[in-house]
Design a protein around this ligand. Structure first.
Ligand code: TYD
Length: 142
């Protein structure tokens, strides 16, 4: 799985002088059914989240407020995305290592997920992830 398969997706934006509105429809704007929603908030300065991959889970990540970086890796390639608007998000397919950092003060990271929470679906060890993703060869990327 190449991190270039992670992609930024623009969402509908209904401009209104009372305040703008954006919506997400499962399978229409994002390529999966939504089974779970979670969000990160009150992230202290300098903290980083993620640091794992998922065997089966697909996710769509939105900066509902503020901004942060999402670093994605497939074991060989690495790509960084900066999220800072609530009218687009980052689609992350299965078997992509992700780390999130550089959270701005007051930021909210909203995640739409294709599966219920399942600890068994996580790969939390990067070496194990690399083995599964690209075999045993080690190109030195960390
Ligand atoms: P984790 O996915 O490791 O957080 P992040 O990737 O954002 O750094 O989850 C942190 C903890 O929260 C872990 O103990 C599992 C728990 N958790 C749930 O119980 N349900 C969920 O939907 C999520 C995302 C996490």
């Amino acid at each position: 799985m190449n991190p270039s398969l992670c992609k930024l997706i623009d969402l509908p934006k209904i401009l209104d002088h009372r305040g703008n509105l954006t919506f997400v429809e499962a399978t229409k704007h994002i390529p999966f059914e939504i089974k779970r929603i979670y969000y990160l908030y009150d992230v202290p300065g300098g903290a980083s989240r993620g640091g794992h991959a998922h065997r089966n889970l697909q996710q769509f990540v939105i900066a509902a407020n503020g901004s942060f970086d999402v670093i994605t890796k497939d074991g060989t390639n690495k790509k960084k995305f900066f999220l800072n608007r609530s009218y687009y998000g980052l689609y992350i397919p299965t078997m992509i290592w992700r780390e999130m950092d550089n959270f701005s003060s007051g930021s909210v990271c909203l995640v739409l997920a294709s599966e219920f929470y399942d600890e068994e679906d996580y790969i939390r060890d990067y070496r194990e992830f690399k083995k599964l993703a690209v075999g045993n060869k080690d190109d030195g990327q960390d």
